[in-house]
Design a protein around this ligand. Structure first.
Ligand code: OGA
Ligand code: MN
Length: 294
C-alpha cells in the first residue's frame, strides 16, 4: 500500500547551511505523489537529504531514484554492478563480498580522487544532476562524506570577487585528475578519447535564479582568459572558500543510510579511512541537462 506520508515526514536539520534528515518513510515501497513532491521541495531548499535506516535492493534504489529524473549510465565500467548498469558500487569489496586488496586500483581511486572536493561528472559536457548513495557497509572511523553548499558560499563572496567571476569559465577534464593526483597511472588513449575536456561557467545560475560556484578540486584548475598561475590561484581561493566549515556538512555513515544530493550547487568529498576496513555503498546517478553559457 502506498505510504501516506507527508504528514508522517519527520525532518531534522543536520547543519545550519546544508542538509536535512528525513525519517518516517520507507523508501523500498511505492511512494505517493504528494510525498515525492514534499521530498522535492525539501531537497530544493536543503540540497542534501539523508534518509536513515533504509534497506534497498539495487532495483528498489533505481525505482526510488527514478522519481527525481532519468538515471545516467556512466563510463565507470570497473564500478558497475553486474546486475544493473545504472548502479555503481562505491565499494572496496567485490560482489561476492570479498575484500579488495588495499592497493587495488579501485581503492586507490577512492582514496585519492574521491577524497578531493568535486561535483560528479563535471568533466562531461552535460554533468550529473544528482547522485544517491546507500550505505551497505561502513567504516568504524573515517570515511565520512562532506557536502558543501556552493550557493551559500557564492552569496557570501566579497563583491569584488563576484565581479571578477562574471563571465568566467573553467575547463574541466578527466585528464586533469592526473594534475592533482600523480599516484594514479596515466590515462590510456581510449580513456582520453572517451572524455574530451568540457568548459563550464564558474558561476552557475539555477532555474530559480539562485547562483552557485561550479568548481572542482579534481578535474579543473584552468580559468579561461586568465594567465595560468593567476587562474590557479583564483581556483584555490574559491575551493578554500566554498569548503569552509560554515558551508559544509560532514556525514557520518551508518548502515542503511540513503543520501541524495544535488550535484549542481554542491561539492563533496570523502574523508580518509583505513583502506583495510570494508566500505560499500551503492550509487545511482541522475542525468543532468546542458548548462546554459553564462
Ligand atoms: C561518489 C563519491 C563519496 C564517498 O560516489 O560520487 O564521491 O564517500 N563518493 O564514497
Ligand atoms: Mn563523487
Amino acid at each position: 500500500m502506498a505510504q501516506r506520508a507527508v504528514s508522517s515526514l519527520q525532518t531534522r536539520k543536520v547543519h545550519p547551511a546544508i542538509g536535512l534528515e528525513i525519517t518516517g518513510l520507507n523508501l523500498s515501497g511505492p511512494l505517493d505523489r504528494s510525498t515525492i513532491d514534499a521530498i522535492k521541495e525539501l531537497w530544493r531548499n536543503y540540497l542534501v537529504l539523508v534518509f536513515p535506516n533504509q534497506s534497498l535492493t539495487e532495483a528498489q534504489q533505481i525505482a526510488f531514484s527514478e522519481h527525481f529524473g532519468n538515471l545516467d549510465i556512466t563510463i565507470e565500467d570497473d564500478k558497475k554492478s553486474s546486475k544493473n548498469p545504472e548502479v555503481l558500487r562505491i565499494a572496496n569489496v567485490d560482489e561476492r563480498g570479498q575484500k579488495l586488496h588495499v592497493n587495488h586500483p579501485i581503492q586507490r581511486y577512492f582514496s585519492t580522487l574521491t577524497a578531493l572536493w568535486h561535483t560528479d561528472g563535471s568533466y562531461r559536457a552535460v554533468p550529473s544532476y544528482a547522485s544517491m548513495l546507500h550505505a551497505l557497509e561502513v567504516t568504524p572511523e573515517g570515511g565520512e562524506t562532506c557536502f558543501a553548499n556552493a550557493i551559500a558560499a557564492y552569496e557570501a563572496l566579497p563583491d569584488d570577487i563576484k565581479r571578477q567571476l562574471e563571465g568566467k569559465h573553467m575547463v574541466h577534464a578527466y585528464e586533469f585528475t592526473r594534475h592533482f593526483e600523480n599516484r594514479l597511472p596515466p590515462l590510456s588513449e581510449e580513456e582520453r578519447h572517451q572524455s574530451p575536456p568540457a568548459t563550464h561557467p564558474v558561476v552557475r545560475t539555477h532555474a530559480d535564479r539562485r547562483k552557485s560556484l561550479y568548481i572542482s578540486g579534481n578535474v579543473a584548475y584552468y580559468v579561461g582568459g586568465m594567465p595560468l598561475e593567476e587562474g590557479k590561484q583564483l581556483h584555490k581561493y574559491l575551493l578554500d572558500w566554498v569548503t569552509q566549515p560554515q558551508f559544509v556538512y560532514q556525514h557520518r555513515w551508518s548502515v542503511g543510510d540513503v543520501v541524495l544530493w544535488d550535484n549542481r550547487p554542491t561539492l563533496h568529498r570523502v574523508l580518509p579511512y583505513d583502506p583495510s576496513h570494508r566500505r560499500a555503498l551503492q550509487r545511482t546517478e541522475l542525468k543532468g541537462t546542458e548548462i546554459p553559457r553564462a
